[in-house]
Write a protein that binds this ligand. Structure first.
Ligand SMILES: Cc1cc2nc3c(=O)[nH]c(=O)nc-3n(C[C@H](O)[C@H](O)[C@H](O)COP(=O)(O)O)c2cc1C
Length: 173
């Protein structure tokens, strides 16, 4: 998936500006983007400090950051967040919640009045506590119902995504 800075120029069919911001380490979350992206700008959330490639080490680092309530420094920034109405926010379930770079991302901008649609890739734990964690970080945003995706999703993904968009009133292509 292309790693590009968000331009904010694209409008979806609802006439609302959409940003699809996502964080991934094992490439399951971004494997779902083809289904999720419904006209909008893509933004890859990346950290300055790289995460370990080794899975066990990654598990430990993710756990440590959670315990410390860390705010890892981000390597890229959305220049014109004010122009977006709807933010699709993709991330893996880490320790039953959000990876801490998602907290860094959410604290960086003013999300008041914007709608956040979380989509979470997981290994069995679903969305876990992630929606609650997001709502606490951005109390002034409208939290839409999230979508849980088992790893990179299965053959039912297109239907799951379609139903999810319908529930949240997002027009489909
Ligand atoms: C640090 C870390 C913690 C994780 N914790 C959980 C968990 O609590 N529950 C769960 O279902 N999956 C957990 N997983 C599995 C990931 O959610 C799953 O592999 C996901 O598909 C990874 O998405 P990604 O490829 O976009 O990084 C964890 C993975 C990592 C690396």
């Amino acid at each position: 998936m292309t790693d590009m800075a968000a331009s904010g120029e694209q409008e979806d069919r609802n006439g609302k500006n959409i940003l699809i911001a996502y964080f991934t380490r094992l490439d399951n979350t971004d494997a779902t983007l083809d289904e999720i992206v419904q006209g909008g700008d893509l933004f890859s959330i990346r950290t300055v400090q790289r995460y370990p490639v080794n899975y066990d080490e990654l598990i430990n680092v993710g756990g440590e950051e959670r315990r410390e309530n860390a705010r890892p420094e981000l390597a890229a920034h959305v220049e014109n967040m004010e122009s977006y109405d709807i933010i699709f926010l993709g991330y893996p379930n880490w320790w039953a919640s959000i990876p801490m770079p998602i907290a860094s991302f959410l604290e960086e901008y003013d999300f008041s009045g914007k709608t956040i649609l979380p989509f979470c890739s997981h290994g069995g734990g679903g969305l876990g506590q992630s929606q609650t964690a997001i709502a606490k970080l951005v109390p002034d945003a409208n939290m839409a119902e999230g979508l849980a995706i088992n790893y990179s999703g299965g053959s039912g993904m297109p239907d799951d995504v379609a139903a999810w968009l319908d529930v949240n009133g997002i027009e489909r292509q």
